[in-house]
Design a binder for this molecule. Structure first.
Ligand code: ATP
Length: 292
C-alpha cells in the first residue's frame, strides 16, 4: 500500500487576459501551495478503479476527478489491473483551493508509483490536463506562474513559510459560472499587478507585507457580490492586523497573512464565533513547498 499527499493551493495573483477561440479563458496566475492536505492511499486490485471518499460528500464513480485522472493514465499506459484509492478529505470542496485537481494529481503520482509506470512529471502533467486545467500545476505544486489555460508553468523561487489564516464561507461556487459572469463585466474590471508580484517573488526578499502590496484576484468582482461573507471575513482579518487578505481562485475561500500563529488563530476564532464558516473550513497554516 502506498500513500500520497495532495496539498491545497492559493492564488497570490489571479488575472484573466481574455477568452480563447475554443471558449476557454486565458489566465495569468501565481499559484502557491499551502500546508493543508488530503491523503490518498493506493492498493492494487485485479481490475477497475474503486474510490472510497471516507464519508465526504463526493462522488465515488467516474465523476470523481481521481477516477477521471486514473482512467486517462490506465488508457495511456495500457495498464492491466486495477486500483483501490482511499481518500481522507481535508481541503474544503468547491472552495478555490484546487482540492479536486490536487487529488487528481496525487492519484496520477500514486498510480505511476504503484504500477511502476515510469512516467516523468512532464508526462503526468500532459495526462492530467485532460482532467482539469489546474492538474498540471498540482503535479509538483510550489510557487508557480501559470499561464495559457493554466498549463503553461514557470517555476518561481520558493517563498518563506509565512503564516496565514484561511476561511471558507458556508456554501460553494461553481468555477464555470464565475468565469462566465466575468465575461459580462470584463471591460469594467481593474486587473491585478501580476508583474509587480513576480518582481517581489523574484527579489527573494519576500515578507508578508511586501507580498500583500500586490495581492489581487480579478474574480473577486464576480464572487464577492454573490457571497458577501467574503468581505465580512476580510474585515475581521484586517481588524486582527492582517498584512493583506484576498479571495483564492474563483472563491469563496479567503486567506490573510499574519505575523504570528496566535493572532491568526484569534482571527479564525472570531470568524467561527460569527458563524460565517464551518469548523472544518477554517485553518491556521503556512505557505509550503511540497516534496512530491
Ligand atoms: P479550483 O480551485 O481548481 O477551481 P475548487 O477548489 O474550486 O477547484 P474542488 O474542490 O476541486 O473545487 O471541486 C470542484 C468540483 O469538483 C466539486 O463540485 C466537486 O464535487 C467535484 N469533485 C470531483 N472530484 C473531486 C475531488 N476528489 N475532490 C474535490 N472535488 C471533487
Amino acid at each position: 500500500m502506498i500513500t500520497e499527499n495532495a496539498y491545497a493551493k492559493i492564488n497570490l495573483s489571479l488575472d484573466v487576459k481574455g477568452t480563447l477561440p475554443n471558449g476557454y479563458h486565458e489566465v495569468r496566475m501565481i499559484m502557491q501551495t499551502v500546508d493543508i492536505r488530503d491523503i490518498l492511499t493506493f492498493e492494487k486490485t485485479s481490475g477497475g478503479i474503486t474510490i472510497d471518499v471516507g464519508g465526504s460528500p463526493l462522488p465515488e464513480d467516474g465523476d470523481n476527478l481521481i477516477h477521471k485522472a486514473v482512467s486517462s493514465l490506465f488508457e495511456k499506459c495500457g495498464t492491466k489491473g486495477g486500483v483501490k484509492i482511499s481518500l481522507e478529505k481535508h481541503i474544503p470542496i468547491a472552495a478555490g483551493m484546487a482540492g479536486g485537481s490536487s487529488d487528481a494529481a496525487a492519484a496520477l503520482r500514486g498510480v505511476n508509483r504503484l504500477y511502476d509506470l515510469g512516467l516523468s512529471y512532464d508526462e503526468l502533467r500532459e495526462t492530467g490536463l485532460k482532467t482539469g486545467a489546474d492538474v498540471p500545476y498540482c503535479i509538483e505544486g510550489g510557487t508557480v506562474l501559470a499561464e495559457g489555460i493554466g498549463e503553461k508553468l514557470t517555476h518561481l523561487p520558493s517563498l518563506p513559510p509565512l503564516t496565514l489564516a484561511v476561511a471558507k464561507p458556508k456554501g460553494g461556487v461553481s468555477t464555470g459560472n464565475i468565469y462566465k459572469a466575468l465575461d459580462r463585466i470584463f471591460d469594467t474590471v481593474i486587473h491585478p499587478d501580476t508583474d509587480g508580484m513576480l518582481g517581489i517573488i523574484r527579489s527573494q526578499s519576500v515578507t508578508a507585507a511586501s507580498l500583500s502590496g500586490y495581492l489581487g484576484n480579478v474574480l473577486e468582482y464576480v464572487t464577492v457580490p454573490l457571497c458577501p461573507d467574503i468581505d465580512r471575513i476580510k474585515e475581521i482579518f484586517k481588524n486582527f492586523g492582517a498584512a493583506g487578505t484576498l479571495m483564492t481562485g474563483s472563491g469563496p475561500t479567503v486567506f490573510a497573512f499574519f505575523d504570528d500563529e496566535k493572532t491568526a488563530g484569534e482571527a479564525v476564532s472570531e470568524v467561527l464565533a460569527r458563524d460565517i464558516c464551518g469548523k472544518d473550513e477554517t485553518f491556521v497554516t503556512k505557505l509550503t513547498d511540497p516534496e512530491y
